[in-house]
Design a protein around this ligand. Sequence first.
Ligand code: PLP
Length: 396
Amino acid sequence: MQTVYLDNNATTRTDPAVVEAMLPYFAEQFGNPSSAHAIGTGVAEGIRAARSQVRSLIGAAHDQEIVFTSGGTESDNTAILSGLQADPRRDEVVVSAVEHPAILTLCHHLETSLGTRVHRIAVDGCGKMDMEAYKAALSGRTAIVSIMWANNETGTVFPLEQLAAMAKRAGALFHTDAVQAAGKLSMDLKTTAIDMLSLSAHKIHGPKGVGALYVRRGTPFAPLIHGGRQERARRAGTENVPGIIGFGKAAERAMDALALETPRIARLRDRLEQGLQRSIVGIRVNGDPSARLANTCNIAFEDVESDALLTLLGREGIACSSGSACASGSMEPSHVLRAMQVPPPFLHGALRFALSRDTRDTDIDRVLAVMPRIVERLRKPAPRPSRHQTSDLIHA
Ligand code: PLP
């Protein structure tokens, strides 16, 4: 039985063309890009080309605005910490309540260790930002705003251009975590007020452990990692060369696929959602129906536990993820769904199906075929133990 992989917001399959592009950089192209000899300069040329490919994906003006990092988490941390050092009169951070832990855990650390004031902007039932609260949080004290372009759990897309413009008017720096949005939405950073933007290769069919931070030319910047002068002294350490080459190729492939694949993926996602809604009662789709990534379906099943759903789906060869996180041994509903005030009967039964350009009609057919049976089985009240069994239990 072939696995149906619908967990593409967690990670994507590495594109075979990406693997092929990387392979020489594990073998004959082994040089250090900082070396002056030909073996090094050949590798530096590969990195230069990858930087240009990544720049094109987001429509940035200059290759030098791309700083390669170890992934989305490092890019997010670098942006916030750098933003807090830009202007001594500004010491507050504004984020949404539904950011990825790469932002929220750092913010919690800053609050508890340095006393930094962090404003977490609430969202509504669709996951949309409370714009009045956002406006009220911006002030002459705001050092940096960080709002994700699209949410990893629900796919809700934020009005980035408007949010960035408002931050700029308040004199603050604006960062966005575009880890989930990149390769799924077309981007032209030249026309926005975004100062910094985080990317991760493994969400766009590239390798794991590599990403980038876009830093608009002229933005004040303080590195997170100090050492050698790699990445124009903005990120020290010998480059993850094969990773960067693979990231470049993945960015190029994502850009080529965007226009054709987005409507196809949206059609599959809608077929999945409508099919589930037709065949199962007590369903709630989480996210903003008017502004959502084409690939993401977050759907909650009333009075069912998502970990039980995942187990039974796993037995059918279907891989997706739940809207819960394991916290100290118990399944806690995600902070995103809690922030959206998803009603309690649905809160523990959320699943995230995340599609990609690898997803086929047959994958959706498989989910639609098994899901009604699985939900029915889990909703059925557990049979009461017979008297005989009860006494067995007592004497056991
Ligand atoms: N930001 C978002 C929105 C994500 O979905 C993820 C990964 O799940 C990250 C950041 C972290 O990226 P990485 O795995 O490259 O550190």
